[in-house]
Write a protein that binds this ligand. Structure first.
Ligand SMILES: C[S@@+](CC[C@H](N)C(=O)[O-])C[C@H]1O[C@@H](n2cnc3c(N)ncnc32)[C@H](O)[C@@H]1O
Length: 284
């Protein structure tokens, strides 16, 4: 299927219009924080230079972000195209998202975005769930809203897959006969071997956290542990992690704590300062 290619202006050619934040860059050791529009600023990131993106875009128009929000498929489609350009072969994008409900129907934007990632060439590697300890209330006509999507997209097979093994295995320590090579083409079963099950098994793909935020001063913060666990799972030390919708800098804080290089972009100047303070606090 052919997709409409968006023309992205190079930052050198961008003049902020009246009242818009002037692009600004702050470097804190191996973290670069850019104030401005990610669609414009990502154009200066070289092709195939980012190992991992952990981000949460605006959820429809649920938040106005001090009136700076300009959101719709005219923005997220070219952003997704840019993500495909900047991500390395084997790189991963974690897209944490939920939908607004408009006139009694969920918008389904998260699904449309997910399908568009695939149209642009990404694999939908895993549809994961961020389950919240605290239920958010939402409509009286629905059950309590308690999760968001964490779509994991990859450009080819993920290069880093460092799976968390923190699930207690109910059969841990039990010696079991397992079939080594499965069923052969002629229908006969493979050789049986004795193996003791590990005490801890691979984590399931539903991750449960207390909601993020605390007193950061940003209205839509995701949990530090969520960012941490994805960074450890899909990247290695020294890799470059990008968050084009940096908000209060949660991904950046956890990236520097885990010895990854970081690029963060945020459009709103006051959130940019929150992120800068949080990330500076981890590196000085
Ligand atoms: C859901 S919040 C991200 C929160 C972040 N994950 C955290 O933990 O703090 C989305 C952020 O994207 C920013 N944003 C929206 N459109 C943008 C754009 N075009 N370029 C850069 N940032 C943008 C908003 O100002 C908001 O801070």
């Amino acid at each position: 299927m052919s997709i409409t290619r968006y023309k992205i202006a190079h930052p050198d050619s961008i003049k902020p219009s009246k009242g818009e934040a002037m692009a600004k860059k702050v470097v804190i050791r191996n973290a670069e924080l850019w104030l401005g529009d990610c669609l414009e600023l990502m154009a200066s990131i070289p092709d195939g230079s980012v190992d991992l993106v952990v981000t949460s875009p605006p959820y429809d128009n649920l938040r106005t972000y001090h009136g700076t929000l300009d959101w719709g498929d005219h923005v997220w489609k070219p952003v997704i195209q840019e993500l495909f350009r900047v991500i390395k072969q084997g790189g991963v994008v974690v897209w944490v998202v939920g939908d607004a409900t408009v006139k009694g129907s969920e918008t389904g934007t998260s699904f449309r975005q997910s399908l568009y990632f695939m149209e642009c060439g990404f694999n939908l590697h895993d549809t994961m769930i961020y389950e919240k300890y605290q239920a958010c209330f939402g409509s009286n006509n629905c059950y309590l809203q308690a999760f968001e999507y964490m779509f994991v997209f990859s450009k080819g097979k993920p290069r880093a897959m460092n799976f968390m093994r923190d699930r207690e295995n109910v059969r841990g320590g039990v010696a079991e006969g397992t079939v080594k090579h499965g069923t052969k083409p002629d229908g006969s079963r493979g050789e049986r071997v004795q193996k003791t099950a590990d005490d801890m098994g691979k984590r399931k793909n539903i991750w449960k956290y207390a909601v993020g935020g605390g007193n950061t001063g940003h209205p839509a913060v995701f949990p530090e542990a969520l960012a941490n666990d994805h960074i450890l799972s899909w990247s290695n030390e020294g890799d470059t992690v990008l968050d084009p919708f940096m908000g209060s800098g949660t991904t950046g804080k956890m990236a520097v704590l885990n010895k990854r290089a970081f690029i963060g972009i945020e459009k709103d100047a006051s959130y940019f300062e929150i992120a800068r303070n949080r990330i500076e606090g981890q590196t000085t």
